[in-house]
Design a protein around this ligand. Structure first.
Ligand SMILES: C[S@@+](CC[C@H](N)C(=O)[O-])C[C@H]1O[C@@H](n2cnc3c(N)ncnc32)[C@H](O)[C@@H]1O
Length: 228
């Protein structure tokens, strides 16, 4: 299922994802007056939590259905644009991109294009925080909560650095299938891509923990990136 069809179920399927904790992590990098943009904002869950705390947050996503849901909770500029083709005439102090958005890109060439586009809307002393998926191997798991069962199967090919995943959600007895092809970027690839576009990786965090840096073993890694 592409996000287009998936949008209306997105918040239900990910309702156990700890957006509040992730947003607390992000707040370590944000000053109260900063202009923020959430790239690949989806349904606007991080943006709305930040907005509730008084921060100014715009959003960007290329999926209209996701953005329509975000519009219901974020009262700021929401741009229907592709990361590979950003056209915004404004500079941001903080750019966030949460939950594997950049893993949707095909290769390091696209990653560099996306990073360059982010750099173009980044204020001189600005910060970029990207949250990337970091699988270690293939696997499967099933979990249940409320009236929903979720079965995930993922297959990570270390040679191609491609992860194919399939998620079957059963909600009130009805079945929905979500599937993703993720390009997994290594820390070295992210560092090199940043360097190629005049950015620099300052820190690598795992699992939204400000104290735990640089151990590439978690399933989510966060990169703090600045202009070189
Ligand atoms: C896993 S969702 C994450 C959404 C949100 N950041 C969150 O944490 O809930 C990935 C989002 O990235 C968006 N996306 C993927 N590729 C994109 C691209 N090239 N340009 C803009 N948005 C993109 C999708 O439409 C989707 O909303």
């Amino acid at each position: 299922m592409e996000y287009k069809e998936f949008a209306k179920y997105y918040d239900i399927f990910y309702k156990n994802k700890n957006y509040a904790m992730e947003t607390e992590f992000l707040k370590n990098f944000i000053n109260q007056d900063d202009e923020i943009i959430d790239i690949g904002c989806g349904t606007g869950l991080h943006a709305s939590l930040l907005q509730q705390d008084g921060f100014k947050v715009d959003g960007l996503d290329f999926n209209k259905e996701m953005l329509d849901i975000a519009k219901g909770r974020v009262s700021s500029n929401l741009y229907l644009q592709n990361i590979l083709d950003i056209n915004i005439n404004k500079k941001y102090d903080v750019i966030i991109s949460m939950f594997a958005v950049l893993n949707h890109l095909k290769d390091t060439r696209e990653l560099e294009k996306a990073l360059m586009n982010m750099k173009n809307i980044l204020a001189d002393k600005g910060k970029i925080i990207i949250d990337l998926h970091n699988p270690q191997n293939s696997g499967s798991k099933t979990d249940s909560y409320d009236n929903m069962t979720r079965t995930m199967e993922w297959n990570y090919d270390k040679t191609t650095k491609i992860e194919e995943s399939k998620i079957i959600f059963k909600i009130d007895g009805k079945k929905y299938l979500d599937s993703h092809t993720f390009r997994i970027f290594t820390i070295d690839e992210v560092k090199e891509s940043c360097q190629n576009v005049g950015l620099v990786v300052k820190e690598v965090y795992e699992n939204y923990d400000i104290n735990k840096c640089g151990l590439p073993i978690s399933k989510n890694l966060q990169f703090l990136i600045c202009k070189a």
